[in-house]
Design a protein around this ligand. Structure first.
Ligand code: NAD
Length: 305
């Protein structure tokens, strides 16, 4: 289904990204396996992470090249896009998946912990997408408007909130918003942008307090996440600007920020009248939360990374 599609997959040396890379290659894609190879908190680097997955794909008869560029570096992200085009002559798909965690309660969170998480997730997604979009705009101007796809990675933490993750949740909510804007802007160049909010057993979730215990079940196998990402990357896929919840065999489409109920008046509200009117609004609106589904699946409390 992805025959000859050229795909960049960031953070593909481990966890969910590695499964994306292996599935994409098995479906005929030519894959740029990008991974800085650092620790879960983003410190350090290890070139073998990306290379090992690229080697595995080639050993299985597929096509892949390794990239160890950091997505958080604007120029390195340009190199990553160039690597795809120089190696395989094209670029059809970008899967923004690289990620780190620096969990901390807000009152203790340091500036660096905030900045580093935003840099990898939010800016990293912008960086790679920005350079890919420029390449695609040029292709489109040159008359080649074939279907291209961006698949971003958000999180239930960003869509529903999660204690200890001010930095990460803000980045992930931003990625969901960026997806919607990019989908609107890039449609004219034949580019679709969608986003997933996954739950899976990886080193990130295994280090999250309260999560590791129930994560041994097959429903949390990271390879469960990849089929929907592969589908969103296919040429015939009609979805654009959507956010999907994914875990086990479940794929849900989010309704986004949706106005549940409202109060209205002619002209402008007086504050005291508004206060009375707003008394009719619910204090909390019930939504189908992925966090709740996760807690049920784990048979206890718990939240996705
Ligand atoms: N595992 C879950 O349940 C879950 C839940 C919600 C969202 N996510 C998201 O899924 C994505 C994959 O996470 P995972 O759970 O597989 O974790 P992981 O740690 O196994 O994989 C993330 C990979 O990203 C790489 N990376 C980090 N910084 C990078 C950078 N600057 N440039 C290039 N590569 C970099 C890491 O080296 C690592 O191999 C992340 O965006 C994460 O936030 C995961």
């Amino acid at each position: 289904m992805l025959e000859k599609r050229v795909a960049i997959i960031t953070g593909a040396g481990r966890g969910i990204g590695r499964e994306h890379a292996l599935l994409f290659a098995s479906l005929g894609a030519r894959v740029v396996v990008n991974d800085l190879g650092g620790a879960p908190d983003g410190s350090g680097s290890d070139t073998s992470a990306a290379q090992a997955v690229a080697d595995e794909i080639v050993a299985l008869g597929g096509e892949a090249v390794a990239s160890t560029d950091s997505v958080s570096d604007y120029q390195a992200a340009k190199r990553l896009v160039d690597t795809a085009v120089e190696t395989f002559g094209e670029l059809h798909v970008v899967v923004n998946n690289a990620g780190i965690l620096r969990d901390r309660m807000l009152v203790s969170m340091g500036e660096q912990e905030f900045d580093d998480v935003i840099a990898v997730h939010l800016k990293g997604t912008f960086n790679v997408t920005r350079h890919a979009a420029e390449y695609w705009r040029e292709k489109s101007k040159g008359g080649d408007g074939g279907d291209r796809a961006i698949v971003n990675t958000a999180s239930g933490s960003g869509l529903h909130g999660n204690v200890g993750q001010t930095n990460y949740a803000a980045a992930k909510a931003g990625i969901a918003a960026m997806t919607i804007v990019n989908a609107m802007e890039l449609k004219r160049y034949g580019v679709r942008a969608n986003c997933i909010a996954p739950i899976a057993r990886t080193r990130l979730t295994l280090q999250t307090p309260g999560m590791s215990e129930g994560m041994g079940q097959p429903v949390f196998d990271p390879e469960n996440i990849s089929p929907v990402v592969a589908y969103l990357a296919t040429e015939a896929c009609p979805f654009n600007g959507q956010v999907f919840s994914v875990y086990g065999g479940s794929v849900g489409i989010y309704a986004g920020w949706s106005i549940a109920e409202e109060v209205t008046t002619e002209g402008r509200w007086e504050v005291d009248q508004l206060a009375k009117a707003m008394d009719s609004l619910p204090r909390k609106v019930q939504v189908n939360s992925q966090m709740q589904a996760l807690a049920t699946a784990m048979g206890a409390g718990g939240t996705p990374a």
